[in-house]
Design a binder for this molecule. Structure first.
Ligand code: ZN
Length: 409
């Protein structure tokens, strides 16, 4: 308690600063008056916080607007060049690395293919390292100007003293990914499950905007989800919450990559759909194969039947989410989710209706993701932004990085 009291003034300042930054980040440009009304802070407190943010180069003035007869109001916005963030998506078929400014405008990207059957840790680490170097070189941005790197990982992230990745479907068993990458870069690293980073991207910038309770699903070769509760990602006791793909849709059913049987992923994951169709992807190109299957549905009865069944399973899986979590919104995302949803959303919705309780179903909307399949990298890049908005220190100085190359203009 003593420590708490001692920290009060500084904590309050930090909280005020975070409140202003979070609001401004999503509602820019805003005037001081609007910031005061939105955050509940007094005009004097807002003035103090804004002065500090202007001095630090985090916020810049963006012109002024007339206010009914009074003095013009100065509009404020986040300085996009105060710092930069990098998002990494360790996907099933590629490693994507993208560099963004502080307002998430993309400045550089690189993409490295990955054999879906060969998720060797050393290969993945090497691809990430190459990608980091490539986006820094292409953008001409100094490492010291990078707030941090967010990494979306296909597995469960154990956030202990050392970050460990458990990727059961890739045979990643307690992989010390943080330590392995630390050998190659000094940049601050943040790790999160890929479905959760995609969920955060849709929550911040896409179909999840404004939702307090939502489930963002990621359907690719595998199947995952992100559970939004109270406006933030719900992680559970050991960060594995919302492993929706490995909930059972058919007791004793098809064998799943995780080793269990009858998992949702074993029916609606792209790999499983193509296997059920009897035509696994040639050369691992599941995206083209699934697109071809969907196109064939118009003329080939077998293709139509497989996809009808898939919509039914997927709807049942969504009904389970609706009955368990009572979300106001379910977002269908991931490359396969977008392909399936683009064509079969009404059938998926109808199946969800049939399989869920009337009351929670009536309170839920089912929507397509808005950010495309690159949302995992974008979402990963929001991890360092989140720390920054919450007040993580950043003055352009990482260990071994040259100071002041991040200098605000
Ligand atoms: Zn499974």
């Amino acid at each position: 308690m003593l420590d708490r009291r001692r920290g009060t003034v500084r904590d309050l300042r930090r909280e005020n600063r975070a409140a202003v930054l979070w609001w401004l980040y999503f509602s820019q440009p805003s005037s001081r008056q609007e910031l005061s009304a939105a955050t509940g802070l007094s005009p004097a407190s807002v003035t103090n916080v804004v002065r500090e943010l202007l001095d630090d180069g985090i916020v810049i003035e963006a012109g002024s607007v007339d206010s009914d007869g009074g003095r013009p109001r100065v509009m404020l916005e986040i300085n996009p060049d105060h710092g930069y963030v990098i998002g990494v998506d360790i996907g099933e078929t590629r490693v994507r690395v993208e560099l963004f400014d502080l307002t998430m405008a993309e400045r550089a990207k690189s993409d490295y293919p990955l054999n879906p059957r060969e998720h060797d840790v050393d290969v993945v680490v090497e691809r990430i390292t190459s990608g980091l170097n490539a986006v820094l070189t292409d953008s001409g941005i100094e490492p010291a100007a990078i707030l941090g790197v967010g990494i979306g990982v296909p597995g469960i992230i154990e956030q202990g003293p050392e970050v460990l990745v458990h990727g059961q479907t890739y045979d990643w068993d307690a992989v010390p990914l943080g330590r392995l990458l630390r050998a190659a870069t000094d940049l601050p690293l943040h790790f999160e499950n890929g479905a959760k980073t995609m969920g955060q991207a849709e929550l911040w910038f896409g179909a999840g905007r404004g939702a307090k309770t939502a489930v963002v699903t990621l359907i690719g070769s595998g199947v995952g989800a992100s559970l939004i509760s109270g406006g933030t990602t719900y992680r559970g006791a050991t960060s594995s919450a919302a492993e929706w793909g490995h909930t059972i849709i058919m007791a004793g059913g098809r064998k799943c990559r995780c080793g269990s049987m009858g998992c949702l992923e074993a029916y609606v994951g792209a790999e499983a759909i193509l296997e059920r169709y009897g035509r696994p992807a040639v050369g691992g190109d599941e995206e083209s194969a699934l697109a071809a299957l969907i196109e064939a549905a118009d003329t080939a009865p077998l293709a139509a039947a497989i996809l009808e069944e898939t919509a039914d399973y997927l709807g049942a899986g969504i009904a389970n989410l609706i009955n368990l979590f009572n979300p106001e919104r379910v977002v269908l995302g991931g490359w396969a989710g977008l392909l399936l949803g683009g064509r079969f959303l009404p059938a998926i919705r109808e199946s969800a209706r049939r399989h869920s309780l009337r009351h929670p179903f009536a309170a839920t909307s089912l929507e397509l993701g808005q950010l495309g399949s690159e949302a995992v990298a974008l979402g990963a890049a929001t991890l360092p932004v989140e720390s920054f908005l919450n007040g993580a220190p950043f003055n352009g100085a990482h260990p071994n990085a040259s100071p002041l190359s991040a200098a605000p203009r």
